[in-house]
Design a protein around this ligand. Structure first.
Ligand SMILES: [Zn+2]
Length: 470
């Protein structure tokens, strides 16, 4: 038996909050799993050397799951900044114990080669547990055979892009066949929904009119363009019977388009991401740095007018929105976002993404729970449990005997401030610089191993492993 599997941990006086329950008990973990939950577990009844942590006055949540991140990401002529070491450390400090990363092969790449490349970046280099959504960017006999092989290796979800045509995007024939295969294999298909043709035409018109600043990014891909993508996916899902998951839904129009599909019987889940819940289009219009500062806030779909934000919070509270992820896509402001600096360049050349894997949970707690917009059960469900259920992470997202001992002791009394000077992500800026946080993860465990203590990373960056999925 290796050293890792003999670690035992007793968390006492915890207020345990899950997606359904709220009660006080002690939690005992051995051999990477939770083995006892009861009131008054005596340390004397535990294995010799058991560490005891008193959680009195704090909340105990199941480890949080971010089902939409990018770590290794060649994109728009550059590479995302984080490595698995930096991304997983940042995730854990922020209470996230499992990441699901998008594998994004280029159109000419073989799926198996891409799978091995992405897995190779994470394996042996991640502090937290991980899995993948397999990107489908082409369709032919070889791709199909390799996708079947990848599913047999435990990857139970695909990713398709209805946008980025010619780079990552699929055409309708490819989309149809990917969905049919997914239906046959019982795989969930995650999809980036925007109408690419409308975007390309609008971008060309804006650039022809000399509109090159970051603020035009949102204008080039408005809400109706996103809703058109969702409606398109819904039709294809309806015709193939595939189960789909709409990533990063940013606006009312897109949510309504998804709901229309769901009302026809389409099996669809709606994800939003923390930037859409907390930032609005005025950030992308920031005039600092000669009008370029808004580049920090360029992602696709874009952050929207404030009214959409209120709609998303309501849809989250109603549980119409299933999950809150990040779409963490970390690019530096200096040297990377600057690739789109006007007048020599333009907003279409700004690498897309807002680094956020570290602050999702605290921002959702601060702006959702602490303001009364959502309750604690919705918080846990949207940031952990629902992703585990949709993506087959059987032993994650719950606090129960037999579950993985992925636990977050959360201190709601803590006050902190977000800053790029102190964050653990590799990027040189934060989209939430100076924002106050109410609450933080004070102790975080991954399969029973303490990875964060007093809000500081104390783990090792080889502990994480590929999560088995069912
Ligand atoms: Zn993404």
């Amino acid at each position: 038996m290796n050293e890792e599997s003999t670690v035992s941990l007793l968390i006492t006086n915890a207020r345990i909050v899950t997606s359904t329950d709220d009660y006080i008990a002690d939690v005992y973990c051995e051999h990477e799993t939770i083995t006892r939950i009861a009131k008054g577990i005596s340390p004397a009844s535990c294995a010799a050397g058991t560490e005891v942590i008193d959680a009195n006055g704090k909340l105990l949540f199941p480890g949080f799951i971010d089902p939409h991140v990018h770590v290794y990401l060649p994109f728009m002529g550059t590479y995302a900044k984080d490595t698995w070491e930096t991304a997983s450390r940042a995730a854990l400090v922020g209470g996230t114990t499992t990441l699901i990363e998008m594998i994004c092969p280029g159109k000419g790449d073989e799926p198996l080669g891409a799978f091995d490349t992405w897995l190779g970046k994470a394996r042996g280099a991640s502090a937290c547990d991980f899995s993948f959504h397999m990107g489908v960017t082409r369709w032919d006999a070889q791709a199909e055979a390799q996708l079947r092989e990848i599913v047999s290796r435990g990857i139970r979800s695909f990713k398709v892009f209805l946008a980025y045509k010619g780079a990552l995007g699929v055409d309708d024939r490819e989309l149809y066949h990917a969905l049919k295969l997914a239906r046959e294999l019982g795989v969930v298909v995650t999809a980036h929904c925007e109408n690419e043709t409308l975007i390309a035409e609008k971008q060309a018109e804006l650039l022809a009119a000399g509109r090159r600043e970051p603020r035009w990014h949102e204008i080039s891909r408005p809400a109706s363009v996103e809703a058109a993508g969702v409606a398109h996916l819904m039709a294809f899902a309806e015709q193939t019977g595939a189960e789909v998951y709409i990533v990063h839904t940013s606006c009312e129009d897109a949510v309504l388009a998804a709901q229309r599909g769901i009302s026809r019987g389409v099996r669809a889940h709606i994800e939003t991401v923390i930037p859409y819940l907390t930032l609005d289009s005025t950030y992308a219009e920031k005039a600092g740095d000669n009008g370029f500062e808004g580049a920090k806030y360029v992602m696709s779909p874009p952050i929207r007018d404030r009214r959409h934000q209120d709609f998303l919070w309501d849809a989250l509270r109603a549980r119409t929105i299933a999950t809150v992820a990040t779409d963490h896509a970390p690019f530096d402001y200096k040297g990377q976002k600057e690739m789109g600096r006007f007048p020599g360049s333009d907003f279409t050349r700004i690498p897309n993404g807002i680094p956020s894997v570290e602050h999702r949970v605290d921002l959702l707690y601060t702006h959702g729970v602490a303001t009364g917009r959502i309750d604690l059960h919705t918080f846990v469900d949207a940031a952990s449990t629902r992703a585990a259920r949709i993506f087959g992470l059987k032993n994650k997202g719950i606090i129960a005997v037999g579950a993985d001992a992925d636990l977050v002791i959360y201190d709601p009394a803590h006050r902190g401030v977000i800053s790029a000077k102190t964050h653990h992500m590799a990027t040189d800026y934060s989209g939430w610089e100076g924002w106050e946080l109410k609450g933080r993860s004070s102790v975080v465990t991954v399969r029973g191993r303490v990875m964060v203590r007093d809000g500081r990373f104390v783990g090792d960056t080889k502990h994480g492993r590929l999560v088995p999925r069912s």
